[in-house]
Design a binder for this molecule. Sequence first.
Ligand SMILES: [Zn+2]
Ligand SMILES: [Zn+2]
Length: 343
Amino acid sequence: MRMTVLASGSKGNATVVASERTRVLVDAGLSCRELMKRMAIANEDPAALDAILITHEHTDHVAGLSVLARKLRIPVYFTEPTHRAWVRQMTPRTTMTYAKWLEHVQKEKEARAALAAQQAVESESDTTEPGAPSITASSSWIGDSATDLDLAAAADPDPEVEDSPVAATKRDPTFLPAVEYFQPGTNFTIGDLTIAPFTTPHDAADPCGFVFQSAAESIRMAIATDLGYLPPNVKSALKRIDVLLLESNHDLEMLKDGPYPWAVKQRVLSRVGHLSNLATAEFLARDYDGAAAYIVLGHLSEANNAPELALFSAEEALHDRGSLIGNRVLLAQQAAPLTPICL
Ligand SMILES: [Zn+2]
Ligand SMILES: [Zn+2]
């Protein structure tokens, strides 16, 4: 298995997890362009991704989501409350009652069916006239040319087409090629990856972390960031993990003295905020089972943490448990991808 952290921190998060046959992207918190750039640097082929999984709807986890999903034409896995919160966030002027939400889901289904039908017609004509230039190829699927939907819609002046479900879809920034729902606490599979989502305490609609295990290997990898504290369900989810991406968000002193307004400091410190270096160290010293070959410290705050402080704090906690083997501590970066971790 392989984990490639493309970006981690308060300004954007994205990580590729791959088994022998399956590759998923967890969160898409940078622009599509930047995500593509990071994947190229890290030697991760975007075309080989099977799905995007979303932990929660905060911008540092979804900034590039719709453009990337449409470009790659891959499904997005959310919990239903997270999907709804994301749609609401993308359409701030619309009041999203539950009835409106159901209407949205239905419309999206119809738009997907219309797109699929249009594609089928196009691929039919492609096969009957192999030599003919395909004038519709680049507009057959949203985001195909990496441009925004608005451009695709604006380029089409025909009012009749404007009103078609396909044109309406192109204008809708929340349209995704396919959406799948999961529930925290219930395992699901994508290809040969088994995914165990677990609920995390954080101020979002339905936030979660993930444990990944491939069918062929007995390697387990976990992503646990955006946690106000470590409740028992998270501690038990993080047993027997070989590669653990764990939040180490802030240094308590730096946060207290730092630039954030008082209310934001309270939010970060709260039980639905983020894990401090100290909280992470306490977990590593007391509750952690010591099973990981690699512990990757992630979601570091640029304003309220220093990489050396997070590293020192975690290493010191592990050092006190002298008998541990493995447990190499790495620091995930905000500005560049980390070398892929392969086990
Ligand atoms: Zn968050
Ligand atoms: Zn975050």
